[in-house]
Ligand binder design. Structure first.
Ligand code: MN3
Length: 197
């Protein structure tokens, strides 16, 4: 068995102008596909090849190929799922209330998340997580994530590797982060929140 590259539920050009079609196509069909293939190569023929992705990440992160490619496989999955051409705006219901309770306001959460994404040196990710039943924001380097590190369950993730934005934004990571909020799929994030809480 092996892991399969998940299909996107929207077209490569459907997140424009916030994320351009060429970036989306390369990111999904080359980068995410590459992590998937390398993960499969790392586990094929080993005792790991029957394990689920979360088990692999959490229990085999001492294996660099599993850590980097398993993280890459999982991280991009939540990244695609939590974007939508119909995204943007603000969450509703329980998640909205939890954000206000934890951060003071939706805008304050956005500011803290954007700061985490902006200040992640080099390549990595910014995350909104459920940690011990509470919302939290953090960032991780490379293809690490809070799940493998035992630091929380991600419900929203932003890829700040240059391959995620450089073609359209050049070194302007802040412009990319600001634009990305317009495609965040809050209904998917809410589903993740309810599953994690
Ligand atoms: Mn990426």
């Amino acid at each position: 068995m092996g892991f399969e590259l998940p299909e996107l539920e929207y077209a490569y050009d459907s997140l424009e102008p916030h994320i351009d079609a060429e970036t989306m196509e390369l990111h999904h069909s080359k980068h995410h596909a590459g992590y998937t293939a390398k993960l499969n190569a790392a586990i094929e023929g080993t005792e790991m090849d029957s394990l689920g992705i979360e088990d692999l990440m959490i229990n085999h992160m001492d294996n660099a190929a599993v850590r980097n490619n398993g993280g890459g496989f999982w991280n991009h999955g939540i990244f695609w799922e939590t974007m939508s051409p119909d995204g943007g705006g603000e969450p509703e219901g329980d998640l909205a209330n939890a954000i206000t309770d934890t951060f003071g306001s939706f805008q304050a959460m956005k500011d803290q998340f954007s700061d985490a994404a902006m200040t992640r040196f080099g390549s990595g990710w910014a995350w909104l997580c459920v940690t011990n039943g509470q919302l939290s924001i953090c960032s991780t380097p490379n293809q690490d994530n809070p799940l493998m590190l035992g630091e929380g369950i991600p419900i929203l993730g932003l890829d700040v590797w240059e391959h995620a934005y450089y073609k359209n934004y050049g070194p302007g990571r802040g412009d990319y982060i600001a634009a990305w909020w317009n495609v965040v799929n809050w209904s998917s994030v809410s589903d993740n929140y309810h599953a994690a809480i």
